[in-house]
Design a protein around this ligand. Sequence first.
Ligand code: FAD
Length: 386
Amino acid sequence: MHIDISKDALAWQKIARAYADNYLLPHEVEAELNDGVLPAEITRRNKERAIELGFTAIDVPRSHGGLELPMESQVAIWEQLGRVTNALSWCFPEAQSWMFDACSGEQLEKYILPMMRGEHKECYAITEAGPGSDISGLEATATRDGDDYVLNGEKWYVTSANLASFFWFQARLPDEDDEALFLVDQGTDGIEMIANPKFSHTYASHHPTYLFTNVRVPASQRVGKPGDGMSFTHSWFRHERLMIGARSCGAAARLIEEAMAFANERMIDGAPLSEKQAIQFMLADSVTELYASRLMTYEAARAADRGDDLKAQHSRCSMVKLYVSEMANRVADRAVQVFGGRGYMRENVAERFFRELRVDRIWEGTSEIQRLIIARSLLKRGLDGM
Ligand SMILES: Cc1cc2nc3c(=O)[nH]c(=O)nc-3n(C[C@H](O)[C@H](O)[C@H](O)COP(=O)(O)OP(=O)(O)OC[C@H]3O[C@@H](n4cnc5c(N)ncnc54)[C@H](O)[C@@H]3O)c2cc1C
């Protein structure tokens, strides 16, 4: 499916496609049947190749040794990595541009630049059981005590914490009438994993629950300056929501191709299944929705590259996340139907995506929360402000 993207984005698309096809895709079923875990040497090889290709540095400013790719090219990469199930593309850490705005020189040296080199891995401890979607109501606290902060709180769904070397921990600062992110080393006294539930997908990255009890960190681990509040967390949300759109486009493209290949081969009543109009309509709806999704995702990426108004970008990233994640879920559902009983087997890509894509309607803000963001923006700023 052709859409007009830059030469740079096309070149990166090709690189990421070759990496996905040669390094990740051949190991999907093996991962699925082994709790998401691949042999250590394969994971190491995949990570090393990703670093060699520059994937850990695509969003890092050139002044810090990164590639500083336009968002359009970053979307082209993540779209191709989205073709792969079992989160096999999460084998490398990702230093993001907002971290360079947020972090002090010392924090960059200690956490972010090592991430770019693949030496550190991060996880995000933001969500809590009580406030849930309403992150303005977070209950975790950070209290100043001399040169330290003392952190307390229970954080749910901390993705990749089982593999991470440090946490981004979001807390209220009751004494300062503020809120902030903190960088906290894994293994600091007072951090306890209190649950590690199983989820629908089969990933090596788990989503455990952590209890922080009087966790003492130097004040220099606080990110940003007083008053920055949740602004960096919002930057992270914008980035992730756009990349969920990119990955969902890649997943949908793969599902359409695989379902079409099966429908061409499978003989029913002496003719290929693909000759049945019922099947053609499912493919037609899927490819039409994919076309719309790719157009909006790449346009939102270009808006970031143009430096469009930040509030408009914020609502556009929500629109991308809402529409494209829901599109991919519809496409996965149809793909399972095209495969019939085979589509319900865990070794089938449609079955895996059917489970895996579901969470894209939940994390980084549920579909309902995206609708609230979009509606509020529309009511406040009008269509011209979107
Ligand atoms: C696998 C997985 C990995 C995750 N990884 C991370 C992570 O790494 N770090 C992290 O911090 N968080 C993570 N999350 C948390 C995720 O972001 C939250 O689950 C999500 O934001 C929803 O919050 P909640 O689960 O508390 O749902 P709730 O807020 O309890 O929502 C329940 C339902 O109510 C709806 N709802 C809530 N408020 C409103 C409203 N105002 N109007 C209308 N409907 C509403 C929701 O849309 C949802 O349908 C992860 C979650 C999952 C499932």
